[in-house]
Design a protein around this ligand. Structure first.
Ligand SMILES: Nc1ncnc2c1ncn2[C@@H]1O[C@H](COP(=O)(O)OP(=O)(O)O)[C@@H](O)[C@H]1O
Ligand SMILES: [Mg+2]
Length: 305
């Protein structure tokens, strides 16, 4: 099993490469990932629409996310961000459009097969087992990956024992990666809010998803906690090559973390681009104008790329 501390090695690249390939390799070299891999599309959303009765949650949304990309979906409250993630993860059934995950396309994503598809998510509101330890919460993220049947587990058969050992090792690796070691045996519910959000991230990460959907992972955090969390969100991309869709309301904090941004407003996609392009986009500025006098100042100078 690959150790988490071992970065994806650029050494294993094929020897004969065209100049173009080498150039784009250089671009993705900071992530230590071959260019072909980095450009592979993991998630493709096409013309996706969802309404609840007369309320349009979102309409005709297109979105593509490549391997190793951190792609933010931003927008004012009610813009449709959570609904979009819920549709991508199969909780909601869209009325039109499709979602492609890897090579498989769906009109409704089968939520029970999410982990088999290599997708994990967190929720806008905390969804931990408050009474269980941090370690057990993280292990619960592997429930969908368990292959040994219940009988084999109860009988302690070798395959089941091996699997349990492997899962424990994976949980320990993620706990170390997200620096949760000192609280691993504590009850999740007893931890400060910021740490609980980090435990949720660990639980989503333990299955080593190729696509991670994070719904406002920093909501309600202090500025220090947000800065800390940014680093922890970056680490799975660097360690496992995970593509991340990150929903954020308060975009200022995360601008530096992002590769691309998609902006929703009233359920419509109004822009997609790099953080710098988005900050200069007149439609985006207009959509956020109502927030310009807000203390949170979504596009502060400090965060200009
Ligand atoms: N389960 C639901 N039932 C009815 N309406 C919903 C439901 N979920 C979301 N909506 C509506 O869809 C719109 C988008 O909501 P949401 O996706 O939560 O926005 P955001 O996450 O951007 O704040 C809102 O008008 C909201 O009231
Ligand atoms: Mg939301």
């Amino acid at each position: 099993m690959q150790d988490v501390s071992e970065p994806t090695s650029p050494v294993s690249r094929p020897q004969s490469r065209s100049k173009v390939a080498r150039l784009s390799d250089a671009r993705s070299a900071r992530q230590g990932v071959p260019a072909q891999e980095a450009e592979r599309t993991i998630l493709m959303v096409e013309g996706l629409s969802l309404a609840f009765g007369g309320t349009v949650a979102f309409a005709e949304i297109d979105l593509s996310v490549r391997a190793h990309e951190i792609h933010a979906v931003i927008g004012p409250n009610g813009a449709g961000k959570s609904s979009l993630i819920n549709a991508i993860s199969g909780l909601y059934a869209p009325q039109a459009g499709r979602v492609r995950i890897g090579e498989e396309a769906f009109t409704r994503v089968p939520s029970r097969q999410l982990s088999a598809l290599g997708v994990a998510r967190t929720f806008q509101n905390l969804a931990l087992f408050a009474g269980l330890s941090v370690r057990d919460n993280v292990l619960s993220g592997l429930a969908g990956a368990r292959k040994a049947g219940l009988a084999a587990q109860l009988l302690g058969l070798p395959a089941a024992r091996r699997e349990a050992r492997e899962h424990l090792a994976r949980a320990s690796a993620v706990i170390a990666l997200l620096e949760l070691g000192s609280v691993a045996e504590r009850r999740a519910g007893s931890l400060p809010y910021g740490l609980q959000k980090r435990v949720e991230l660990a639980r989503a990460l333990v299955a080593r998803p190729r696509l991670l959907l994070l719904d406002e992972p920093m909501a309600g955090m202090t500025a220090t906690e947000k800065a800390e969390m940014s680093g922890f969100i970056r680490s799975p991309r660097e360690t496992y090559g995970t593509a991340i869709v990150l929903i954020e309301h308060d975009i200022g904090v995360v601008m530096r973390l992002l590769d691309r941004v998609t902006v929703l407003d009233h359920g419509r996609r109004i822009a997609t681009g790099t953080p710098a392009e988005i900050q200069a986009n007149p439609r985006v500025i207009a959509a956020y104008l109502g927030l310009a006098n807000d203390e949170s100042n979504e596009f502060s100078d400090e965060d200009a790329a």
